[in-house]
Unconditional design. Structure first.
Length: 288
């Protein structure tokens, strides 16, 4: 946006008439996220509290719009990156977080696990090492005391507090396993997702469905990576519904994984009565 046009719009921000402010907001929402830098400079030099508050709201609205557009672009890709989806959902609440910074933190965890691996290790032995580093060294866990807190859904907060909910911890576990090239994939299992260790690496998805491979065993990320056999899971699920049974033997598409994360966020913000966030997240969920 040209400085002259921006200056003209900014001069209207001290108008007490909300209809004038809404017109300014509408115009600025047509701009891309780069306009925020200009708005921040104006905020720093303004002495008018009303103008500062309105600039903050405009910046927030622009960031939310930008995040929604990025999530739509992410969902439209043929091959999705689960980490990118997780990051973008976190970015809607924490627009200042940096992709590379989060990526480096995940790489540090991956490297620590990889250094313990040996070529001769079995699948179970590799998972035992991953579990030890993930749960005992890094101390990631499910926050059973406050599982519906929205903070438990954001990757930057999970890496900071070492706490998440069953969905977010399962996603983080899956991400680390993928970085280690382990054939471990998220399984959409009731309210407490599992991850499955498959007999082969699954490299792609066809129309959102995994290519058929058998599950050697299941892992419960909510219980320190406890191993569960296929027969045990089949007994727990105990359903004659073919669609439910297919969920147990196929990786959950990344698009659906992120949708499950959003559903947890909606529950959390509903409990807090933050209906604006609920409406925004419902719009995001509808994209996926």
């Amino acid at each position: 946006m040209k400085d002259s046009k921006l200056d003209a719009l900014i001069t209207l921000l001290d108008d007490p008439d909300n209809s004038v402010f809404n017109l300014v907001l509408e115009e600025l929402l047509k701009e891309d996220i780069s306009v925020i830098d200009q708005l921040e400079q104006i905020w720093e030099t303004s002495l008018d509290e009303l103008v500062q508050n309105r600039i903050e709201r405009i910046a927030q609205e622009i960031q939310l719009k930008d995040t929604k557009e990025k999530i739509k672009n992410w969902a439209d890709q043929e091959m999705l990156d689960l980490f990118e989806g997780f990051f973008l959902i976190s970015r809607h609440q924490y627009p200042e977080i940096k992709f590379k910074s989060i990526q480096l933190q995940l790489e540090k965890i991956r490297k620590d696990v990889w250094l313990e691996f040996r070529n001769s290790l079995t699948a179970l032995e590799k998972i035992a090492i991953l579990n030890h580093l993930f749960y005992d060294h890094y101390k990631f866990k499910v926050d059973f005391f406050n599982p519906d807190s929205p903070h438990n859904c954001y990757i930057n907060r999970i890496l900071e507090t070492k706490k998440g909910n069953p969905v977010s911890i399962a996603i983080l576990y899956t991400l680390i396993a993928r970085l280690l090239n382990l054939p471990v994939h998220y399984i959409d299992f009731q309210k407490n997702p599992l991850v499955g260790y498959f007999d082969k690496e699954i490299a792609q998805f066809i129309h959102g469905e995994g290519i058929g491979h058998s599950v050697l065993f299941y892992i419960n990320p909510s219980n320190k990576g406890a191993i569960i056999g296929p027969k045990e899971v089949d007994y727990i699920q105990h359903t004659s519904d073919e669609a439910d049974r297919q969920k147990l033997i196929q990786p959950c598409p990344d698009r659906i994984i992120i949708k499950r994360l959003i559903e947890r966020l909606i529950i959390g913000y509903n409990e807090l009565g933050q209906h604006d966030k609920v409406n925004y997240l419902n719009e995001i969920a509808a994209i996926l």
